[in-house]
Design a protein around this ligand. Structure first.
Ligand SMILES: [Fe+2]
Length: 433
């Protein structure tokens, strides 16, 4: 097998190991719907196999469908999450057998594939990169479901490096053009393409994600009772849903506590805040006298190397993420404290842009100039518009192979089950730049 094929096989195996670990729980936990906004875990499990069957076995491999009768049930567009528990879903054991059967054939297709062929679906292993990233994305969704389910003991924790005193709170990004998006990263999605020039005035961006301690100061200052800090839609949402703090936070005897995978613990002050909606992130930034960065500002601060005149795949360079660079891939079931990854700093000096928490930006999810849907419209195109806000950078739960400087995620502004936080920005004053 070629080096690329070996890498693909290893990446597929890593994703599957996660899917099986997260679903190694009682059948009752797998089939129950833990929240109306999430699928039962057993749906995600069979869906990743069905997606792999559709794209690798049928589209790329030209094979006959294995279980055509289940396609509709696992089509994310045919049934919204709220409807999925009522479907005659495959039993957990049946789902495991189905996805294992698909995977065996996928490895045969990989073995026989000519990845140098100028076929857009197979060239450089794109279709395998597609299904591998898709499974890792569902693994992260499964973790969000397991957090919502609230049962302890289902998700492993681990060790993370210590933080360090913060130093400068913000870093300056000088005015000038940069190249956003990519035309070269082989496994980038259609919404990251094409590469294009964006010119930005100078701005400051937080060196670290906003911490729980800083966010608690917003709460303790009455930030959730003061409509001045909130967008009209955000205030309406906060009042109607009676939102008083980030999801999973409670106030006990004068201190903030949270429940993390079923276990209560004091909120750690130095850890990036997570489980805040776009509405909350936007309000915090306004209270702090700042604003959310646009996604272009975020991307330039993350990857633009002004001396080389090119964008890096990651803040530290083009090397694949390693343990000293970032907190990715569920090393522990939480973000690392700020200052934990000095080796992962970007050229402008921003840290922990990749990993820790998805970072809300002020931008709506829109196509780049020259966008072309590939390989199917439902991946990105149907979500473009002003309903969704862009998130960047991945979280502690994101696998290293499913994030990069150019990666764009999106969600509705009121969602907060995802592992999302923020960092703030502000324009540079004339004397500062
Ligand atoms: Fe999916």
């Amino acid at each position: 097998m070629s080096g690329l094929k070996e890498r693909i096989a290893a990446e597929l195996e890593a994703g599957r190991a996660r899917s099986l670990a997260y679903t190694d729980v009682d059948d009752e936990v797998l089939v129950r719907q833990h929240s109306p906004i999430m699928s039962p875990l057993v749906w995600d499990l069979a869906h990743v196999g069905n997606y792999e069957e559709l794209w690798v076995l049928r589209e790329a491999g030209g094979l006959t469908p294995l279980r055509p009768e289940i396609d509709e049930m696992y089509d994310a567009f045919a049934h919204p999450r709220g409807e999925r528990p009522a479907l005659p879903l495959l039993h957990p054991d049946e789902a495991r057998a189905y996805i294992a059967g698909v995977r065996g054939r996928v490895l045969d297709v990989l073995d026989a594939a000519d990845l140098s062929r100028p076929d857009p679906l197979c060239s450089q292993g794109l279709v395998f990169g597609l299904v591998m990233q898709h499974e890792h994305q569902h693994d992260e969704t499964m973790l969000a479901t397991l957090q919502l389910c609230g049962l302890p003991g289902l998700v492993r924790d681990g060790d993370l490096p210590a933080g360090r005193p913060a130093g400068a709170a913000e870093v300056l990004v000088p005015a000038g053009p940069f190249i956003a998006g990519t035309g070269t990263l082989p496994w980038a999605y259609d919404n990251e393409r094409p590469a294009h020039r964006v010119d930005l005035p100078a701005y400051w961006i937080d060196r670290f994600p906003v911490t729980c301690g800083a966010y608690a100061a917003f709460l303790d200052d009455g930030g959730y009772e003061d409509p001045r800090w909130w967008s009209p839609g955000g205030w309406e949402w906060r009042v109607r849903r009676e939102v008083r703090a980030p999801l999973f936070w409670t106030r006990e005897a004068g201190a903030w506590w949270r429940t993390r995978f079923g276990r209560p613990e004091p909120v750690p002050a130095e850890e990036p805040v997570q489980h805040v909606s776009w509405f909350e992130a936007d309000a915090y930034a306004r209270w702090a006298g700042r604003r959310l960065p646009t996604e272009a500002e975020w991307e330039k601060a993350c990857g633009w190397d002004p001396r080389a005149g090119r964008a890096r795949a990651y803040p530290w360079g083009d090397a694949e993420p390693g343990p000293r660079h970032a907190n990715l891939g569920h090393r522990a079931s939480r973000p690392a404290p700020v200052g934990a990854f000095p080796s992962g700093a970007s050229p402008c000096g921003a840290e922990q842009m990749i990993g820790e928490v998805w970072e809300w930006t002020s931008s709506c999810f829109l196509p780049y100039p020259g966008f072309r849907a590939f390989p199917y419209r439902q991946y990105s195109e149907v979500f473009f518009g002003d309903h969704y806000r862009v998130l960047r950078g991945g979280s502690w739960a994101t696998h290293p192979s499913a994030v990069r400087t150019t990666f764009r995620n999106w969600d509705l502004p009121h969602r907060r089950q995802i592992f999302a936080g923020l960092r703030c920005a502000r324009p540079a004053a004339p004397g500062e730049a």
